[in-house]
Write a protein of this length. Structure first.
Length: 320
């Protein structure tokens, strides 16, 4: 799948060169605080002894998506990246500022809407610029770890770009419980990478500001599947327990009224048409409105906020 023009004979990031068989921790300088403290993004580079593809693994593009940070931390702690062929670049926390403030954004801006960035722009734009210039130029493909936002919990799923054959194959290899095509978002990391022929698959698992053990386990297994399948870590056989479900269509079920939301089903569950998924009640015990499945589907995300407004997204469902 990635057989030609290997870039890992000498990987250069921010003036640092990492040759075959070398490992290095690089600190990518992005800004200086008003106090004078220099802020740096840690970048781990694991270059194998043989030529091969270069993969980027990144988390924390949105600062409140701590599940993505913990997932990558565990892989580093467990010495997962014993790379023999190709190169793996690992960025545990891209949005350092958002992570410190438990915020999706940085200075009120979503860094994933500012790619490829501008070195003289806002902080979000500068993070995007230095990331694109220093890291993205070296890679063949990427796995971008995310979670649901606004108390929406995503059941582990892989999203890939419409029409991308390499993205579709990577999603299949990763083998999350669900996978599906997803439209490109303007000025996102995935769209900019796509313009340069770099497939990016996006892993969504769990929710913001919360750790989810199952989503972490699935994410780690998915990376191991890719490392094994593409020969990064030798000739081991991947452990495949269940086959990923390919979803063709998706939709959000929204609250018909405002009130208190009660889900009665588990995330990831398969449901039948007209099955009751939950209820929206008033706050005084006078009425209860059921939320029913309009079609046979799988639940791939649930809103965990108990207080909802009319029109709020409650269940994300997908069909095969």
């Amino acid at each position: 799948m990635f057989k030609a023009n290997h870039k890992n004979e000498s990987v250069e990031i921010a003036g640092h060169k990492i040759g075959l068989g070398e490992q290095k921790l690089i600190h990518l300088e992005v800004d200086r605080l008003p106090t004078g403290l220099l802020v740096k993004i840690p970048v781990f580079v694991f270059n194998g002894t043989k030529l091969g593809p270069t993969m980027l693994i990144q988390g924390g593009l949105h600062g409140d998506e701590v599940n993505s940070v913990e997932l990558i931390r565990r892989m580093l702690a467990e010495n997962t990246f014993k790379i023999v062929k190709g190169c793996v670049i690992v960025v545990p926390i891209l949005n350092i500022f958002g992570f410190l403030s438990s915020s999706r954004e940085v200075s009120g801006k979503d860094a994933n809407r500012y790619f490829p960035g501008n070195k003289n722009g806002s902080l979000a734009s500068r993070i995007a610029y230095y990331h694109t210039k220093a890291i993205a130029a070296n890679i063949d493909f990427a796995v971008d770890f995310h979670t649901g936002g606004d108390q929406r919990c995503n059941f582990p799923q892989i999203r890939y770009t419409q029409g991308s054959q390499k993205g579709a194959k990577l999603a299949e290899i990763f083998n999350a419980p669900f996978r599906f095509e997803s439209k490109l978002i303007d000025k996102s990391f995935r769209k900019v990478a796509h313009k340069h022929g770099i497939p990016v698959i996006v892993y969504e698992g769990g929710e913001s500001n919360r750790l989810d053990e199952y989503a972490i386990e699935v994410g780690i297994q998915g990376i191991n599947n890719i490392l094994i399948h593409l020969g990064f870590i030798g000739n081991k056989a991947p452990t495949i327990k269940n086959t990923s479900v390919l979803l063709k269509k998706r939709q959000w079920l929204r609250a018909p009224i405002a009130g208190l939301f009660h889900s009665i089903l588990k995330n990831g569950q398969q449901v039948q048409k007209n099955q009751i998924l939950g209820y929206v009640t008033d706050t005084y015990g006078r009425f209860s409105t059921p939320i029913k499945a309009p079609i046979n589907a799988y639940i791939i995300a649930i809103n965990n906020s108990p207080v909802i407004k009319r029109g709020d997204a409650l269940f994300h469902i997908g069909t095969v």
